[in-house]
Write a protein that binds this ligand. Structure first.
Ligand code: ZN
Length: 631
């Protein structure tokens, strides 16, 4: 589907969240790192709705509370203390994080606030032990230039990262609190982005500026983008957690496609003359229809004492199977809501029948029982009556919204760029002051000093990479777009390895390894530096680098020397190389007798096959030439 994005009135705002590379967490002095160890401490909490000082209960918080969820927190002493466990008030704000945030903000032409006020933002999913997230605005009203366009930066903020979800068993959610409190920089643009490609370019430009500070973390999960997307006649939909930059345009294309289809469905429903009031919460127990069913899911539910409840959606026939974006139909959206609000595994509906072992006869009886005609759809659910009714109520709610068009909601991005329902959009009553931390004044002299010492901007760096390191423009650009421009400069400074080789390895080779499914983001900067030092000393062959990097990516926590040992990649001494060459010469006497010049190329091939990664090709060539008495 080709879409004229100007015509549909696409507006996108970006929120970039970037973990900072600081010595400590934001409000305590724990290491800001994810633990690879087993948890040493666990404790549980119940979710409770937080009442803000304005006396309003956040509707989203309230509903999530109704799910009756318990949280199990996992911790270890190295990455968390009493602050993360909410047993102790927060310590002072990390001024190192403030400085990085201010630096980035000034590079984006934003105006620092006079005083930093730490606020509490209600969180309702248990991802913070306190029930809120601490956040503070650092600077306001900046802008960046992307191509010829000015993109306003509404604010640059500092916040604590949330705990990370490690699993769920029944109604107990598991969170590891090592990530909780890691300093996170938030950059929010105005909703002025008008095409999917432009959103990708803006995210890349912001990412480059953040990396230009030289003080941000890199690797998967260290940068996350949220998107606010709307079109004319649609609604504002917030999409959370896009981790791959390349995915941003796809996420937007799919969301526009989804909203356009929802608008078409709403037009169709209005053409069919259906009104909201006609969709009624009449939930009918139809268990007996399925007493003899060959549908495994329903049979198993009935054996477990559950019931089947059904509801009629008047004049919805055919619309539930309407595809909104790949793999997502209106029926899928109803199922997502049912799962969320009703804690059920899924729904059945007549647009997909007969299927799953449910017969035409059962469906005919079901239609009669709920008095559904040919133009009506029927949704039914097998579960505990209480859950089934909550779930059907959510289905009714979603059906009513379908008449209006696109519902405002928060969705979560999936790795293929499609999205699924996460929760309703939170209400406005979400922020209130953090009384444990006094406001922090930012003196003008301090700001001026930072301003006078800002890091090099990406475009200046590009010019310098070309003039100073003799990279061609394409390679220099690729390097700046990658996460490796910082480590590139360290390698160039410390070794004599060719800058073009280093740059090509950090961009093209790393990218192609990633494409093959190697998790290259797990390679730490100091490992890369160590590898190139060894290349420089002639102890590792350039050709062996992809193999070593692959091994390191698959063996987290191991070092470069363990990689070399395990791969048998120790470089051979000159004597050892000579011995291998002599052996091969003896075995190939016949070829040499036919002509030394011709034999040289053939023997090089045979020898390098044996010595690849263990000896330098140039060394081999020199030894072979002298053994063959060639010049
Ligand atoms: Zn701590």
């Amino acid at each position: 589907m080709t879409v004229d994005y100007a015509k549909v009135g696409l507006k996108v705002g970006l929120e970039v969240h970037q973990q900072l590379n600081t010595a400590t967490k934001l409000f305590c002095r724990c290491k800001p790192e994810l633990s690879k160890k087993e948890a040493e401490i666990t404790f549980t909490r119940r979710l409770r709705p937080t009442q803000s000082e304005l006396g309003q209960i956040d509707p989203a918080a309230y509903f999530e509370f109704q799910k009756g969820v318990k949280i199990l927190y996992e911790a270890d002493r190295e990455t968390s203390c009493l602050v993360e466990m909410d047993e102790e008030p927060p310590h002072s704000l990390s001024m190192e994080a403030v400085e990085i945030a201010l630096t980035a903000a000034l590079m984006m032409n934003a105006t620092p606030v006079d005083e930093i006020h730490v606020m509490r933002k209600t969180v309702i999913d248990g991802s913070n032990t306190t029930g809120f997230q601490r956040t503070c605005v650092i600077a306001l009203n900046g802008f960046i230039k992307v191509g010829e366009k000015i993109i306003p930066i509404q604010h640059v903020s500092l916040e604590e990262d949330a705990a990370r979800k490690t699993g769920q068993s029944g109604s107990i959610i598991h969170y590891r609190i090592d990530r909780l409190g890691i300093p996170l920089l938030e950059v929010a643009t105005a909703p002025v982005i008008s095409t999917p490609e432009e959103a990708g370019q803006v995210a890349l430009a912001i990412g480059k500026i953040l990396r230009a500070t030289g003080r941000v973390k890199r690797g998967i999960g260290t940068i996350r983008q949220d998107l606010n997307i709307s079109i004319d006649g649609g609604a504002l939909v917030e999409i959370k957690g896009v981790q791959e930059l390349e995915l941003i345009p796809t996420v937007i294309e799919y969301e526009v496609q989804r909203q356009l289809n929802l608008i078409k469905i709403s037009e169709e429903l209005r053409n069919r003359g259906i009104r909201e009031g006609e969709i009624k919460e009449e939930f009918i127990d139809v268990t007996d229809i399925f007493n003899q069913t060959s549908c495994k899911v329903i049979r198993k539910a009935l054996e477990g004492g559950m019931r089947v409840f059904a509801v009629k959606l008047p004049r919805f026939a055919g619309l539930l199977k309407w595809e909104l974006m790949p793999g997502t139909r209106l029926g899928t959206e109803m199922a997502d809501r049912a799962k969320f609000w009703g804690r059920v595994g899924g729904i059945f509906h007549t647009d997909e029948m007969p299927a799953y072992g449910i017969t035409l006869e059962e469906i005919e009886t079901l239609r009669k029982r709920v008095r559904a005609g040919e133009m009506d759809a029927v949704v039914f659910i097998a579960d505990k009556p209480e859950n089934a009714v909550d779930a059907l109520r959510a289905v009714i709610e979603r059906a009513k919204e379908a008449i209006k068009g696109v519902p405002e909601e928060t969705r979560v991005a999936k790795p293929d760029g499609t999205t699924s329902y996460m929760r309703p959009r939170p209400g406005a009553a979400r922020m209130y002051p953090e009384t444990d931390i006094p406001p922090i004044r930012l003196p003008e002299e301090y700001i001026n000093q930072l301003k006078a010492n800002l890091p090099e901007m990406p475009e200046e760096k590009l010019k310098r990479f070309i003039s100073e390191h003799h990279l061609n423009e394409k390679l220099a650009k690729q390097l700046l777009d990658s996460e490796y421009s910082g480590i590139f400069e360290s390698i160039i400074k410390e070794t004599k390895v060719s800058s073009t080789f280093v740059a090509a390895f950090l961009t093209e080779t790393m990218k192609s390894l990633k494409r093959e499914g190697i998790p290259v983001e797990k390679i730490a900067d100091d490992q890369l530096l160590e590898l190139f030092r060894l290349v420089d000393k002639g102890e590792v062959a350039k050709e062996a680098l992809p193999e070593i990097v692959t091994w390191l990516a698959k063996n987290e926590g191991k070092n470069v020397y363990e990689a070399l040992g395990s791969l048998g990649l120790r470089m051979l001494s000159r004597e050892e190389v000579e011995k291998v060459i002599e052996d091969i010469i003896i075995k190939n006497r016949k070829v040499i007798d036919e002509g030394k010049d011709k034999a040289f190329g053939f023997l090089m091939g045979v020898i390098m096959k044996e010595l690849r990664g263990k000896a330098d090709a140039k060394l081999v060539s020199n030894i072979l030439k002298s053994k063959l008495n060639l010049k």
